[in-house]
Design a protein around this ligand. Structure first.
Ligand code: CAA
Length: 246
């Protein structure tokens, strides 16, 4: 029986590439989408045309009850979750001077509370079965901070604190917990940055002088989910074209 992977926020950006790669590796793949997103059927059909059969579940990852309900449905339909990729995230970029509580809370809840909400219903089962992989998609901006991202950088740095603490607790139980910190990848989140900011402030910080590709991050997720990565835990793996050297 193949293992089940759940990728939060799989419809687009990094998530879609991760879903495809995990399916290529032989996993059964489920993803979440924001309740009310009307594009889900079209996306599933488009994926099917490309040869991928995914299941998609509505889930407000920032809400604990919604996360619990979503995961219990996945378990009913597909079996227990063996690999959890906490990928869903948002930005609300603005300088701290302009940052209000609403935009602070939105990012902390969606990017950080979600990690608790989604991991809590699956972690005990992984421990009982003696096998599990939790991969948290953080960001270079959680490692080094970014202009206009006090909320996002705080949430992304918090994710790695969670990774390290939980990795300790489950280290002897066959469950690994790791963080991946992508740099600027060519997704909608990044291409939404004003072109002059991207060209004059961001690209010059990347030694490779280009944006990353979603498939490059997906390959790393697949490695961390594999048997070969059994000895990697509590790590924060940078994938950023060398930006961390700046
Ligand atoms: N470093 C230094 N100074 C910067 C800067 C930067 N990265 N970005 C902007 N500034 C400066 C500007 O040059 C400007 O200076 P002056 O007042 O002296 O002219 C000042 O800050 C104000 O800049 P803006 O006019 O752009 O201010 P704004 O309020 O309109 O916008 C902002 C602020 C929304 C933060 C905008 O600058 C922005 O979008 N920056 C990019 C933020 C970013 O990198 N987001 C990452 C999104 S992708 C992602 O998050 C994925 C991931 O994990 C990597």
């Amino acid at each position: 029986m193949s293992r089940v992977t759940l990728v939060t926020g799989g419809m687009g950006g990094l998530g879609e590439a991760i879903c495809m790669k995990m399916a290529d590796m032989g996993y059964d793949v489920a993803t979440t989408y924001s309740p009310g997103n009307t594009k889900v059927d079209g996306w599933l059909a488009e994926m099917k045309e490309k040869g991928y059969t995914f299941r998609a579940y509505p889930c407000d990852v920032s809400d604990y009850a919604s996360a619990q309900e979503c995961i219990s449905q996945i378990v009913k339909d597909m079996g227990p979750v063996d690999v959890l990729v906490n990928n869903a995230g948002i930005t609300r970029d603005m300088t701290f001077k302009k940052m209000d509580k609403v935009n602070w809370d939105a990012v902390i809840k969606t990017n950080l509370d979600s990690v608790f909400n989604m991991t809590k219903p699956v972690c005990d089962g992984m421990v009982e079965r003696g096998w599990g992989r939790i991969v948290n998609i953080s960001s270079v901006n959680g490692q080094k901070g970014a202009f206009g991202q006090t909320n996002y950088s705080a949430a992304k740095a918090g994710m790695h604190g969670f990774t390290k603490a939980l990795a300790y607790e489950v280290a002897r139980k066959g469950v690994t917990v790791n963080t991946i910190s992508p740099g600027y990848i060519g997704t909608k989140m990044v291409t939404a940055i004003a072109p002059e900011v991207l060209e004059t402030k961001i690209l010059p910080q990347i030694p490779m002088g280009r944006l990353g590709k979603p498939e490059e991050v997906a390959g790393l997720v697949a490695y961390l989910a594999s048997e070969e990565a059994a000895f990697v835990t509590g790590a924060n793996i940078a994938i950023n074209g060398g930006q961390h050297m700046q």
